[in-house]
Design a binder for this molecule. Sequence first.
Ligand SMILES: Cc1cc2nc3c(=O)[nH]c(=O)nc-3n(C[C@H](O)[C@H](O)[C@H](O)COP(=O)(O)O)c2cc1C
Length: 201
Amino acid sequence: MNFDLEREPAGHAYKLLVGLVAPRPIALITSMDENGKLNAAPFSAYNYLCTDPPIIGVGVTNRPDQPFVPKDTARNIRRTGEFVVNVVTEDIAEKMNICATDFPPEISEVELAGFATAPSHAALECREYTTMEIGRSRIILGRVVAIYVENRYVDPTGPYVKADQLHAIGRMNGLGNYVRTRDAFMTIPRISYEEWKSGKR
Ligand SMILES: Cc1cc2nc3c(=O)[nH]c(=O)nc-3n(C[C@H](O)[C@H](O)[C@H](O)COP(=O)(O)O)c2cc1C
């Protein structure tokens, strides 16, 4: 089927894109309001965009019930310029889901979900680089200024992340579907041009 998004009802672009751009990593973003109240929410319109400088991007739509009001995460980042991206692993999936409920700003999801405010297994500390307001969404670019990974998940020789042991989860489609990464490892070595020319690969 072909879908002309200029003609499709609003909402179809979301349904189609989340099915096709998948699996997606999930950023559980913690941010603070100007009074120091901690907020946490997951975002899967998320990826790193470049490494030199290290920049990640997150797409945050406005609140579903109030299309002109930013979600708490976007508002906090605009006001404080700081946030932390926590990697979502299998063991915190249920709590992450509680943080996705659209609570009013005065409620701290962190307390409701029972998260200790100790760090997750891995986290990226970010400073707002810029925020673009596009329609009823914001694209937030964050400069990663520090990375935390629990010792047991680091191979210091790289340093590499032992991603096969971290058990991060990804989002498939919308509607509460997720993938595990524990059995997703498959190795396809890169081919150098020299190897390609010599016909060895
Ligand atoms: C796995 C997952 C991924 C999500 N990804 C996004 C996203 O990329 N952009 C977005 O605006 N909302 C996304 N949401 C919804 C937000 O998490 C939700 O609106 C949340 O309540 C926002 O909280 P806040 O107002 O505290 O920022 C996602 C929800 C889940 C469960």
